[in-house]
Design a protein around this ligand. Structure first.
Ligand SMILES: O=c1ccn([C@@H]2O[C@H](COP(=O)(O)O)[C@@H](O)[C@H]2O)c(=O)[nH]1
Length: 225
């Protein structure tokens, strides 16, 4: 893993625009995060093209299905040599065990706990009685016992999770500078706060990709770390 913990989320429909953005900021990020939007539009071809830029690739596919289906999907993306892949921890222990067993040796498999776009009310609405902190800790424990490498959680929970899982690998999205541009994220912290609390990887999208000057934004974020 590169020393810069920032993985740039490329949530954009065009492959050429994604490549151009990475070229612009490449000295100031540690990796590239490709999610559903990119993968549904460009699939394996898109990932191969971005691999050519020489940065680690994080495939944030948030797999969530029965164990057999998730394991088969993990095998199908094996050839893309991702450094990190996500599954939903709520998919359960057997699914996470099978996902990890099907992943490549050098691929970290991490479990998404509570999406950073959800708050207490959202959890209540889907029948979860715990607050995001309790729920993230519960799912982190399950992911750990299922043999995953780590989890995805917000910067609000990462400190507590880190205390109970000392050598875990923690991916933190929902990162914002103090500029009021929260968008759809509800549990946010700054990149520095997340890093100080124990994040291994900082996922940052729009604060860089939608900035007037993405290179200046990436540099400014790097300078805070
Ligand atoms: O809980 C989660 C899990 C994943 N994400 C992903 O991270 C990026 C964040 O993008 P921003 O533009 O910096 O908000 C995005 O790709 C999400 O799919 C998340 O935000 N929260």
């Amino acid at each position: 893993m590169n020393h810069n913990p920032v993985f740039l989320a490329l949530d954009m429909p065009r492959l050429d625009a994604a490549e151009a953005l990475v070229r612009k900021v490449s000295g100031h990020i540690g990796g590239i995060k490709l999610g559903l939007e990119f993968f549904c539009a460009h699939g394996h071809h898109g990932v191969h093209e971005l691999h050519k830029l020489g940065l680690p690739i994080f495939l944030d596919l948030k797999l969530h299905d029965i164990p057999n289906t998730v394991a088969a999907a993990m095998q199908a993306i094996h050839v893309l040599e991702p450094s990190i892949v996500t599954v939903h921890a709520a998919g359960g222990r057997a699914m996470m065990e099978d996902a990890k067993a099907a992943a490549g040796e050098n691929c970290k498999v991490v479990g998404v706990t509570v999406l950073t776009s959800l708050d207490d009310d959202d959890l209540t609405a889907i029948g979860v009685k715990s607050d995001p902190n309790e729920q993230a800790l519960r799912l982190a424990e399950l992911a750990h016992s299922a043999g995953l490498d780590g989890i995805v959680c917000s910067g609000h929970e990462v400190g507590a999770v880190h205390k109970q899982w000392k050598d875990g690998f923690f991916v933190v999205p929902g990162l914002r500078l103090d500029d009021g541009k929260q968008g759809d994220q509800k549990r946010i912290v700054t990149p520095r706060q997340a890093r100080d609390a124990g994040a291994s990887v900082l996922v940052i999208g729009r604060p860089i990709s939608r900035a007037e000057d993405p290179m200046a934004a990436a540099k400014a974020i790097e300078a805070t770390l």
